[in-house]
Design a protein around this ligand. Structure first.
Ligand code: SAM
Length: 287
């Protein structure tokens, strides 16, 4: 027999649609209609969905800017004990959305945490990409710019598993250009745009093809990028001459010597110190 929901003192993480409203599960509907309190990333955004369900629970905002003040209040509500649901604007709370700290704190205080699963852009994009889904890395949003971003992109380029990246449409072209620089134009890639919505679209099948498309058509809507893994090197370790050349290419593209060594270390699995030393050997132009 299934347990009674919602239960007092329990935190429910509820998956909501990423576009198509028909993707809200019957279990999520029933739970949201009956739970005592609903923590919403944006109460106005979720208002429409919740009004359609005649949800009776009190609604509270819970987003990245009020986590510190809201968290203790939500813990008090659970302790009363009330039932509490958390939803984000779209998809699964806790996936590039608030939820993680709330779950950790609720667990720390001994509350039960139950996820009512639902759509997630990352897994929806992954399984519809045609790229290997047996092992994959979720990268979420990359740092917006600077060294941190360059390092993440370099690490992702060297990753042998499929990577899934969330990106804002106004930064998509930049990301594709960065990926072309690090992975080459031929690397398999699929951009999933507007998943589950009227204008759902897949653009691929490679970095170069996606770049060509989005240079002609300004990216719009929500986009998730699925990048095929780096081929697993079967040949012997690259020799010093090749390593030096690859380091020089990175330096000419604007990386410092240290960054170039770090990037190549991520791509080849070789120790950074060894690569850095190569740059300072006779015949190299590190500076
Ligand atoms: N919690 C959400 C989930 O479970 O997928 C993710 C929220 S995150 C703030 C928003 C990002 O997810 C968007 O910038 C986009 O990269 C991706 N995304 C959300 N909905 C999407 C959709 N319908 N199609 C493609 N990507 C989507």
């Amino acid at each position: 027999m299934q347990r009674q929901e919602p239960a007092a003192g329990t935190l429910y993480l509820v998956g909501t649609p990423i576009g198509h409203l028909g993707d809200l599960s019957p279990r999520a509907r029933d739970l949201l209609a009956a739970v005592d309190v609903i923590a919403c990333e944006d109460t106005r955004h979720s208002g429409q969905l919740l009004s359609g369900l005649a949800a009776r629970g009190r609604r509270l905002s819970f987003h990245q800017h009020n986590i510190r003040t809201r968290l203790p209040q939500l813990m008090e509500l659970l302790a009363e004990p009330l039932s509490l649901a958390v939803i984000s604007d779209a998809g699964l709370p806790g996936i590039s959305d608030p939820g993680e700290e709330l779950v950790a704190e609720a667990r720390r205080r001994g509350h039960e945490v139950i996820c009512i699963p639902g759509p997630c852009a990352a897994t929806t994009a992954l399984v519809s990409s045609g790229l290997p889904s047996d092992r994959f890395c979720f990268e979420g949003f990359l740092p917006a710019k600077g060294r941190e971003r360059r390092e993440r992109v370099a690490r992702i380029a060297g990753e042998s598993r499929t990577s899934v990246i969330y990106e804002a449409p106004h930064r998509l072209l930049t990301l594709l250009e960065e990926l072309e620089q690090h992975c080459g134009a031929e690397r398999p890639l699929q951009v999933a745009r507007e998943l589950t919505k009227r204008h759902e679209q897949q653009v691929g099948p490679s970095v170069g093809a996606a770049l060509e498309h989005f240079r002609q058509t300004t990216p719009q809507g929500e986009c998730t990028v699925v990048l095929g893994g780096a081929p697993i090197a079967v040949d012997p370790e690259p020799d010093d001459t090749e390593l030096k050349q690859r380091l020089q290419i990175k330096i000419q593209a604007g990386s410092s010597a240290s960054e170039a060594a770090r990037q190549l270390a991520a791509e080849t699995g070789l120790p950074k110190r060894r690569l850095y030393t190569l740059l300072h050997q006779e015949g190299s132009q590190a500076d």
